[in-house]
Write a protein that binds this ligand. Structure first.
Ligand code: MG
Length: 388
């Protein structure tokens, strides 16, 4: 295949976390931690394929967390992190990617720029690790202190020390060979395996907030970091006229009706307005620019793919959809009885919780083209947070 594969390691049982749900499946500002990690790589143009390595008992959790993301089938990991990575690498050995980026699922805040820098370094060196220089003074803990706590045994020179994060990127054949050679050992990261095999690894500047979510405190901190991002808003508006037919598509729900909406695609006016709102929030143009009505590929296309593409654009801009609000304007059909199904659909496509999706119907009191039942109009607002 060539190109770059991203391996997201999510096989840990997360015992340190306590609770029933392993940390990589916990919700972080409305999305599972793992989903955020996967989306970061799916949204990067330098990454061709993404595969997760998961725990043997986690398939159901994984299917929910990764629903509708364009991923390779997950691979079941092993007893240790190192074994899990080896199994992940072996799973694509035949495909022979040029590069692999190995990332811990527990680092859901990895930013675009770090991925870009790590990948970029692989053009010059066989391995590259995102890392941040240690700025705190380091102390080695010694004996117990009188009255509790710990005494300092020594102050450790911090000069030249960095904290390794992920992603860690490697030339694929080399990291596969290194992991095969040291299978069964217990290194704490892939760079250590690679170094031990004699390969050179570069440090590339990581990102202080690319934290590893290990404890409940980390989860709260990650949530605060996401919430601190810059807020953007986008607006969408669309109209489709009625023509002959027996159902209308609204937010992916086929509603039996005496007419249909006319359009090049499935004419889902609700999803079109939402698509424009998402694109607008990240300054990515409009639906017509991405899916020309003159392009035969989009004839009768399900509009879900337009919204999905818009969501990818948001992810590529480093954004997370906070909420969307849609108003469908028509005398008929009645929206209320289909609202729950529409909300569920939009939440699924965007990968956000249903309580972040609002859909409502209104009439124009029989005034104007919607009042004369010549068509349906839709207005949408999307709010997106961009990590800063
Ligand atoms: Mg349209």
């Amino acid at each position: 295949m060539g190109g770059c594969l991203s391996l997201v390691v999510a096989a840990g049982r997360g015992e340190r976390f306590g609770g029933q749900v392993p940390k990589q499946y916990r919700l972080l500002a409305g999305q599972p931690v793992l989903r955020r990690s996967l989306a970061a790589f799916l949204g990067h143009e330098g990454v061709d394929l993404v595969r997760a390595v998961i725990g043997a008992d986690h398939r159901k959790l994984y299917d929910e967390a990764a629903a509708d993301l364009p991923l390779l089938e997950p691979v079941v990991g092993g007893a240790t992190r190192q074994e899990s990575v080896l199994l992940g690498l072996e799973s694509v050995a035949d495909a022979e990617p040029d590069f692999v980026l190995i990332h811990d699922a527990a680092r859901p805040l990895v930013d675009r720029a770090t991925i870009t820098r790590t990948l970029g370094a692989l053009q010059r060196v066989p391995g590259a690790v995102a890392a941040v220089p240690v700025s705190d003074t380091l102390k080695r803990a010694g004996p117990e202190a009188p009255g509790g706590g710990t005494m300092i045994a020594a102050t450790v020179l911090r000069d030249g020390l960095w904290r390794a994060q992920t992603p860690q990127g490697f030339r694929f054949p080399d990291i596969l060979a290194a992991h095969r050679r040291f299978a069964g050992a217990d290194f704490t990261d892939d760079a250590a395996v690679f170094e031990r095999a004699g390969f050179a690894v570069a440090l590339v500047p990581g990102y202080e907030e690319n934290i590893k979510v290990t404890t409940e405190d980390d989860l709260s901190r990650a949530e605060r970091i996401i919430v601190q991002g810059e807020v953007r808003t986008g607006f969408g508006f669309d109209v489709h006229r009625f023509g002959a037919g027996d159902r209308v598509m609204l937010c992916g729900v086929a509603i039996p009706f005496g007419r249909a909406l006319e359009g090049h695609s499935d004419a889902d006016v609700g999803l079109h307005a939402l698509t424009d709102a998402l694109l607008g929030a990240v300054g990515a143009g409009d639906i017509g620019a991405h899916f020309s009505p003159d392009d035969p590929r989009w004839r009768d296309a399900p509009s879900e793919m337009f919204l999905r593409e818009a969501a990818t654009r948001v992810a590529r801009a480093g954004g997370t959809v906070t909420n969307v609000d849609l108003t469908l304007i028509c005398e008929r059909p009645r929206i209320a009885e289909h609202r729950d199904a529409m909300v569920a659909n939009v939440a699924r496509i965007l990968g956000i919780a249903p309580d972040r999706v609002s859909i409502k119907g209104t009439t124009t009191e029989r005034l104007g083209f919607t009042g004369r039942e010549e068509g349906i109009a839709a207005q949408a607002v999307a709010t997106v947070r961009i990590a800063v």
